[in-house]
Design a protein around this ligand. Structure first.
Ligand SMILES: Cc1cc2nc3c(=O)[nH]c(=O)nc-3n(C[C@H](O)[C@H](O)[C@H](O)COP(=O)(O)O)c2cc1C
Length: 215
C-alpha cells in the first residue's frame, strides 16, 4: 500500500464565524450535534475521542474513549481509575482530547485539567449502562496483565452468579472524569490545504477570547 497515494481534498465551505457562539462549549455542542445527525451508519460513534495523557515521567499515551457528558464548561468520560490513564491523571491532571468527524472534514481539540466526577455522578452513569457492561467493568482491572481470556470470562461468570437478581455494585476504582477546557480549537478542512482553524482561549477572568490560526 502506498500511503502517498491516499489523498483527499476537503471541499467544504469552511467555518462561518457568525455561527460561532461566544462560549466554545456551545459551539462544540452544535458541532457534535451536526456530526451525530449526519454520521454515516458504519461510523456510529461521533462521541469517540482520542484522549492523550502523560504522567510525571513525561511519557505520553493516547487511546479512544467515549464522551458521555457535556455542559457549559466541561465534558465527561468514564473509565477505570487504576488504568494507565487513571494513574497518569492522578499524577498530572492535564489532558487533551481530539474528535475527528471525517464525514464532515472536521476536527475539534480540547485541552484542560481533569478532576474525578462525584461518586453520585459515577453511580448514576454506571447504572445507566447495560448490565453486561457493568459486570464487564467489575470483572476487569483495566490494563493489568491477565493470564488468559478464559480466566477473565470465568471471573465475569462468577460475578454474574454472585449478583444474580441484585444490583451490580459500582467498583471502587471506576468512575468519571470531568475535563474543563482552557483551549478549544475548531478545524474545518478546505480546498488546497487552506483549512479554517479557530481557537478559543480561556483567560484568568474566565472569559474566552477567539482568534484564527494558520492551517
Ligand atoms: C471506540 C472505543 C471507545 C472506547 N471507549 C472507552 C471508554 O469510554 N472508557 C474506557 O475506559 N475505555 C474505552 N475504550 C478502550 C480504551 O481505548 C483503552 O483501551 C482503555 O481505556 C485502556 O486505556 P489505558 O490503559 O491507556 O488507560 C474505548 C475504545 C474504543 C476503540
Amino acid at each position: 500500500m502506498d500511503f502517498k497515494e491516499l489523498r483527499k481534498e476537503y471541499e467544504t465551505h469552511g467555518i462561518e464565524e457568525s455561527t460561532l457562539d461566544a462560549n466554545p462549549l456551545i459551539t462544540f455542542r452544535n458541532w457534535i450535534t451536526t456530526a451525530s445527525e449526519n454520521c454515516p451508519d458504519q461510523w456510529f460513534e461521533p462521541n469517540a475521542m482520542i484522549l492523550a495523557t502523560a504522567g510525571l515521567d513525561g511519557i505520553v499515551t493516547s487511546r479512544t474513549v467515549l464522551l458521555k457528558g457535556l455542559d457549559e464548561d466541561s465534558i465527561r468520560f468514564y473509565t477505570n481509575y487504576g488504568s494507565t490513564k487513571g494513574q497518569q491523571l492522578a499524577e498530572n491532571p492535564n489532558a487533551s482530547v481530539t474528535f475527528h468527524w471525517a464525514w464532515l472534514g472536521q476536527q475539534v481539540r480540547l485541552r484542560g485539567r481533569t478532576v474525578k466526577t462525584s461518586r453520585e455522578d459515577s453511580l448514576k452513569y454506571f447504572h445507566s449502562r447495560p448490565r453486561g457492561s457493568q459486570l464487564g467493568a467489575l470483572a476487569s482491572r483495566q490494563s493489568e496483565k491477565v493470564e488468559s481470556r478464559e480466566q477473565l470470562e470465568q471471573i465475569r461468570a462468577e460475578l454474574e452468579t454472585k449478583y444474580d437478581g441484585q444490583e451490580v455494585p459500582l467498583p471502587d476504582d471506576w468512575g468519571g472524569y470531568r475535563l474543563t477546557p482552557e483551549v478549544i480549537e475548531f478545524w474545518q478542512g478546505r480546498l488546497d490545504r487552506m483549512h479554517d482553524r479557530v481557537v478559543y482561549q480561556r483567560g484568568n477572568d474566565g472569559d474566552w477570547t477567539r482568534f484564527r490560526i494558520a492551517p
